[in-house]
Design a protein around this ligand. Sequence first.
Ligand code: GDP
Ligand code: MG
Length: 616
Amino acid sequence: FPPEKIRNFGIIAHVDHGKSTLADRLLEFTGTIKESLENKQVLDKLQVERERGITVKAQSASIVYKCDGKEYLLNLIDTPGHVDFSYEVSRSLSACQGVILVDATQGVQAQTLANYLLSMEHGLPVIPVINKIDMPRANIAKVEKEMLNLLDVHTSEIIHISAKLGQNIDQVLEAIVKQLPSPNLDCKSSYNSSSLLKALLFDSTYEKFRGVIANVAILDGTMKKGDIISSVYLQQKDGNSKSAYEVKEVGILRPEHVSTDVLYAGQVGYIVCGMKTVADAQIGDTLYHHKHPVQGLPKFKKARPVVFGEMFPLDQSQFKNLDAALNRLMLNDRSVTKLNSKSFLLGSGFRIGFLGLLHMDVFCQRLEQEFGTNVVMTSPTVPYKAILNPNKRLQIKEEKEITITTPEDYPSQNLVKDFLQPMIIGTVITPLQYSQDIMELCTAKNGTAVGNSYISETSLMLQYRLPLDEIVVDFYDKLKSLSSGYASFDYEDDGYESVNLSKVDILLNGEIVQELSKICTLEKSRKIGAKTCAKLKDLIPRQPFPVSIQAVIGKSVIARQTLPAAKKDVLAKTGGGDYTRKLKLLRREADLQKHLRAIGKIKVPKNLFIKMIFKL
Ligand code: GDP
Ligand code: MG
């Protein structure tokens, strides 16, 4: 296929709008895969994806399509739509030249808009599509109006389809061929159509026997089996050394690997070249023929984690295995960050950074399903910052900024000039009737309105500036329940702002319990302190003597409870509480119950801590 016969495109849309279904139809319609009666969503390969019905990892497939008697090669890159995964989206986008925006009858959603803006940023043309026209609830006129208001499109361009019934799929394919530019046009302008190989490495995975598999977009030249290649990253890493790899296999993704022995400019495919560590297959790297170095492509924006949790193996003997599993999984998800961490109770573990809560959930589920690991994950925190004053004794010469993600990071108060918290701009799109409740929710979460506007007679777009901390735990759930699931949400970072940050410590009969310390805003500290004390009173088994439970900030007590001494016949109080959601913990519950930890003279079962972590 010459470049002018190639189109690289992605389907972007809000979760559940039918991306994967449309992808399946496109593959079926063109005979790439066999038709099936049930919707099997071929590209949603991972088990988590099937269970949750969301796409986590961008997948690619090549389609051959005949239009006006000529054959075209269409490379489809399936993208995840959720806000937590936009890193994957932007990574995929840089390898495609066109994007289809599918919109369901629910109307334009916050993520649709965010992804649309992302495409605009990449300078990608968009084919607007309305999906699910077969549904009785479909309100096509309203959805069209929203699209005209929010996106830069014309009514005549909008294609109406039913991915489920396979209606008007041909129109979509035709639009891809006719409206999207071929990759070559792009190359010519920016890469001077020389014949030297220049390939973008946009994704990589690891397989046990074949080793590193890199997904590449060929921007210039050709890549053949047997070629000796190197990369800009490898050259920089190893200096001017011989760092080079032989291409052992090249092919296209249909969506399974089909070896073709050669890839031409404009094509998207995979290569296997015997790289042993995935660290060598840097995403965003530029590949070239070893003898003909080229200039590197602009670097990808690195994903920045916004939610942190501490992860521990339920069983310390599994620490090495967990480490290995994490490393393997992180090869396929480069947005996750990992640092070593230690806990008095849970032993050695890791501090893991995620792009969002859903991302964290999905990652843990994959750890369990794909690697059979059992982990304990503590509640998420966001990265706060502290500006420290210069201090001679501590040899801090000038003002210094530190990041605080766990209670141990919290600096001593007298050093601190200011604490800062991360802020976001949240966009909510909602039917009118829920807007009042949602505005109240945003205000309760310390949000300030930035701008509200109608996007049709019946739907509103609300924008609020909110502390990230307020949205990481339950904002999304609350929003969904307030709006019966109709409101959608997306956010972007908006810098840092001064905050009154405090560290709440818990004392049992005057002894500090390190693992229960918590960082929170001063405003919330009383509530959190009171909750923790009440909960502890409920969970700690009665001792032969009374136990005082206190929450303190520095030296001042902000909440207290007293657990009365045990009567003779009372053995232990069982901590009621339903936490069936953390089923995996139950399995180890009996074990942990046996392990007692002494805090002073007080004996408490170890699993109390796990319960405390999850139940607040
Ligand atoms: P994704 O999250 O964007 O990948 O969405 P999916 O492709 O997983 O589709 C979400 C749900 O919508 C599935 O239950 C599909 O069967 C359903 N769906 C997708 N397209 C259509 C359509 O055209 N009509 C109807 N009635 N349902 C559809
Ligand atoms: Mg999907």
